[in-house]
Design a protein around this ligand. Structure first.
Ligand SMILES: *[C@@H]1O[C@H](CO)[C@@H](O)[C@H](O)[C@H]1NC(C)=O
Length: 437
C-alpha cells in the first residue's frame, strides 16, 4: 500500500509540467478536424481574448484556396446549437459564415510578408460564456500551428486582468472562508480532545487529521485560484493542492469506513472483511484522484477527457457503495448482540447512532455527487460558484455531524441506564424484530 501511494504521488507530480492553467498553449499537428474547440470562458462586458498563433503551416499551400474558410471564432453554447442546425439545413456551408458566431481571425488576413503567424487582441463586450473554436472548412486540408490563448476580464475599477471566468472569480474568497471554518473546527476539536482526554480514542485523532487535511486542501486551493486569477497560470500551489486533496480523499473514505466498523470505540481490531473494504477503497481513491487531476488539467476539450470522467465516476460510485457495507455489518451485529447479551438499551443507542450515520453518509454522498452536479448543469455560467458552495456546505455539515455524534464522552452515556429504560429498549427491539419478520 505504501508503495502504491508513493507511486501515485509520483504520477501526480509527473502531470504537473503539462498543467495548462488559464493561459493555454496547444500544438496542432497535421489536423484535418473541421472543428477544434480550444477553451471556454465566461466573459463580463470587459472581456479580452489574446490569441497568438505561430508556426502555421498548411498541408496544401496552393494560393487558390479560399483561406477565409480557415479561422478562429468565439461562440456561445446556445448559438452553437443553432449553427449546427444551420449547417445541417445547408443554410451555411461553414461555421465561419454563420452570423451567430463572432469571427476572431480568418486566415485570408494573414499578412503576405509573415504568413506563418499572427497576433490578435479581441475585445468582447457582450457578457456570456464563450468557447474559442477553430474551424477548417477546406476538405482534406491539414493544419499545423502553435496556439497560445489567454482569456480574461478587466476589473472594473483597477483595470487589472482577471483570468478567472466570470462565475469563478470569487472562488479564492469562497475557499478562504471555508478554510477559516475548518480551521475553527480543528481548534474546537483540539479543545474537546484536551478536555476529554481520558476518554479519547485513536479514531478521534484520526478525525482531527482529516479536518486538518481538509483545511490545508482549502487554503491551497484558495491560494492556487487567486494566483491564477492574477497571473493566468498556476504556480506550484496546484501541486500542494493536489497532494492535500489526495490525502484528504483517502483519509475521509478511510474514516467513514473506520467509524462504520466501530473501530477503536466499539472494538480495537478490524475484521478481515472490513480490512478488505479498505483495501478496495484506498487504491480506488488513488485512481479517482489521478483521474480528477487529469480532468482538471486538460481543460474542457482535452482529448480522452470523457474516458477519464467515466473512470472517475465509476471509481467514485464503487467507493461510495463500498463504504456503506461496514456500517450495514455493524448495524446487523448490534441487532444480534442486543438480542443475546441482555443489554438492550446500550445496544439500541448504538444501533440508532449507526443508523443515523448510515443515512447521513448516504445523504452526503447523494448531495455532493448528484445534487451538486445537477446544480452545476442548471445554473447560469455567472453563478457557477453556487454549486460549489452547496457542495462545500454539505461537506461541512457532514464533518460537523460526524464529529458531534462520535465525540469523546466524559461519562459514557451507554452505561448510565436504569432498569426502566432497559425494559423500554428491550420492548423496542422486540417490536423491530416483529416488523422485520
Ligand atoms: C501575445 O503576444 C503579445 C505581444 O507579443 C504579448 O504581449 C502577449 O503576452 C501574448 N499573449 C499570449 C497569450 O501569449
Amino acid at each position: 500500500m505504501a508503495l502504491s501511494l508513493r507511486f501515485s504521488l509520483f504520477i501526480i507530480l509527473l502531470w504537473i509540467p503539462i498543467s495548462y492553467s488559464e493561459i493555454r498553449f496547444s500544438e496542432i499537428r497535421s489536423d484535418d478536424r473541421q472543428i477544434i474547440p480550444f477553451d471556454e470562458f465566461g466573459f463580463t462586458h470587459t472581456g479580452r481574448l489574446e490569441l497568438n498563433v505561430s508556426k502555421i503551416s498548411l498541408s496544401d499551400p496552393n494560393p487558390d484556396f479560399d483561406l477565409s474558410k480557415l479561422g478562429f471564432f468565439l461562440c456561445t453554447r446556445d448559438a452553437w446549437m443553432q449553427v449546427l442546425q444551420q449547417l445541417e439545413d445547408r443554410e451555411v456551408t461553414c461555421a465561419l459564415q454563420s452570423k451567430l458566431v463572432k469571427p476572431v481571425f480568418t486566415f485570408n488576413n494573414l499578412k503576405s510578408n509573415q504568413k506563418d503567424s499572427f497576433k490578435v487582441l479581441y475585445i468582447e463586450t457582450e457578457a456570456d460564456q464563450y468557447t474559442l473554436v477553430f474551424a477548417n472548412c477546406l476538405s482534406q486540408m491539414k493544419v499545423s500551428m502553435s496556439v497560445k490563448s489567454a482569456m480574461y476580464n478587466l476589473d472594473g475599477k483597477s483595470g487589472r486582468r482577471d483570468y478567472l471566468s466570470a462565475g469563478k472569480t470569487i472562488l479564492p474568497r469562497v475557499y478562504f472562508l471555508f478554510f477559516l471554518a475548518y480551521f475553527a473546527i480543528a481548534a474546537i476539536w483540539i479543545h474537546v480532545l484536551y478536555k476529554k482526554r481520558l476518554t479519547v480514542y485513536r479514531i478521534h485523532f484520526f478525525m482531527l487529521a482529516v479536518v486538518v487535511m481538509k483545511a490545508l486542501n482549502l487554503i491551497c486551493e484558495s491560494e492556487d485560484k487567486s494566483y491564477i486569477k492574477r497571473t493566468g497560470s498556476a504556480h506550484g500551489w496546484d501541486v500542494l493542492f493536489y497532494i492535500f486533496s489526495f490525502l484528504k480523499g483517502i483519509m475521509l473514505f478511510t474514516l467513514i469506513v473506520l467509524i462504520g466498523t466501530g473501530w477503536s470505540f466499539l472494538k480495537p481490531y478490524l475484521q478481515d472483511k472490513e480490512k478488505k473494504v479498505l483495501m478496495i477503497v484506498i487504491p480506488l481513491q488513488i485512481v479517482a484522484n489521478i483521474a480528477q487531476v487529469v480532468i482538471d488539467e486538460t481543460g474542457p476539450y482535452g482529448q480522452d477527457l470523457i474516458t477519464w470522467k467515466q473512470v472517475f465516476l465509476l471509481v467514485d460510485v464503487v467507493c461510495c457503495c463500498a463504504v456503506l457495507f461496514p456500517i450495514v455489518w455493524s448495524i446487523k451485529n448490534l441487532r444480534e448482540a442486543a438480542r443475546t447479551d441482555g443489554k438492550a438499551a446500550v445496544n439500541l443507542m448504538k444501533l440508532t447512532l449507526f443508523r443515523q450515520y448510515y443515512i447521513v453518509v448516504i445523504c452526503y454522498i447523494y448531495f455532493t455527487r448528484v445534487v451538486v452536479y445537477a446544480l452545476e448543469t442548471i445554473t447560469s455560467y455567472k453563478y457557477l460558484w453556487t454549486s460549489l458552495v452547496a457542495g462545500e456546505l454539505a461537506t461541512l455539515a457532514f464533518y460537523v455531524f460526524t464529529g458531534y455524534k462520535f465525540r469523546p464522552e466524559a461519562h459514557n452515556p451507554y452505561f448510565v441506564i436504569d432498569d426502566e429504560e432497559e425494559e423500554a429498549a428491550a420492548e423496542a427491539l422486540k417490536l423491530e424484530d416483529e416488523f422485520e419478520l
